[in-house]
Design a protein around this ligand. Structure first.
Ligand code: MTE
Ligand code: MO
Length: 259
């Protein structure tokens, strides 16, 4: 463990797991909520409610100019999924890659990269804030998630959009280290929520999440899921992996990571 950033993350993770363990004591054996658990959860929903109330549901994250773009945008977390499937997709320059959209939708769909690039695009220059304490400004080009969801037809019971990724990180928790994330429908239909295939005027690089990544600009870096393979509409996050709605959330981070 020579990389100081990695050491720092391990430190943060230790703290986060400690907090998660504390939160667990908020539930008794029967799964009933105790005051501790309720308090921890209400602190987070307060952040969500305060941001939505103060800024409104469609308030935009600040956008910057070309001159503000960071000369170096760090690659963080996975820098390349370690699987034969991803290696072969990359070798074909993602010609065989398909984004699956399923779950609680009227029309389950598969979209190629070429099909996504034919859809109306949005470009935005925004600041990415990582929980580890660094930020960078980048220009992102992609398809508004709202357009994809409208095409697929979100069914009435759906409450969350889940992003399944190609990469696995540490498999310490439940035998899986699969990266995934989730957002609610307010953020999913927000105009700056896009599935980006371009960065700073070029194709998204492997390090930054090729062929497609999420940009959900009012939340922290770990919500910006890279290496997207599948989008699933669900009514609850409980059935997925650790049940907290994301890889880092299952390791103690907050689900609503408002900036
Ligand atoms: N699939 C996947 N998405 C991910 C991660 C990851 O490890 N795997 N890391 C997250 C974190 S913590 C950050 S800060 C950003 C980093 O994005 P970048 O590599 O483009 O800087 O991606 C987020 N999305
Ligand atoms: Mo991050």
């Amino acid at each position: 463990m020579t990389d100081p950033q990695f050491a720092r993350r391990r430190f943060l993770l230790g703290g986060a797991l400690g907090a998660a363990a504390l939160a667990l004591t908020g539930c008794d054996a029967g799964g009933q909520d105790t005051p501790t658990g309720q308090l921890l959860r209400s602190a987070e929903s307060l952040t969500l409610a305060a941001q939505r109330k103060l800024q409104g549901k469609t308030a935009l994250a600040r956008e910057y100019t070309e001159a503000d773009i960071s000369p170096h945008f760090r690659v963080n977390g996975s820098s390349m999924p370690d699987s034969d499937l991803y290696a072969s997709l990359l070798e074909q320059r993602f010609a065989d890659w398909r984004l699956k959209i399923d779950g609680l939708v009227a029309r389950p769909t598969e979209l190629s990269l070429a099909a996504l690039k034919l859809m109306p695009a949005r470009t935005q220059i925004t600041r990415h804030d990582c929980v580890e304490g660094w930020s960078a400004i980048g220009k992102w080009t992609g398809v508004p998630l709202a357009d994809i969801l409208r095409a697929a037809g979100v069914l009435p019971g759906a409450r969350y959009v889940v992003f399944h990724c190609a990469d696995e990180l540490e498999k310490t928790l439940d035998g899986s280290g699969r990266y995934y994330e989730s957002i609610d429908l307010v953020d999913a239909f927000h105009p700056q929520t896009i599935l980006a295939y371009g960065m700073n005027g070029g194709d998204l690089s492997v390090g930054h999440g090729a062929p497609l990544r999420l940009r959900v600009e009012r939340q922290l870096g770990y919500k910006q899921a890279k290496y997207l393979m599948r989008i699933e509409l669900v009514d609850s996050l409980h059935g997925l992996w650790g049940g907290n709605g994301g890889y880092w959330e299952d390791r103690g981070y907050e689900w609503y990571a408002g900036i």
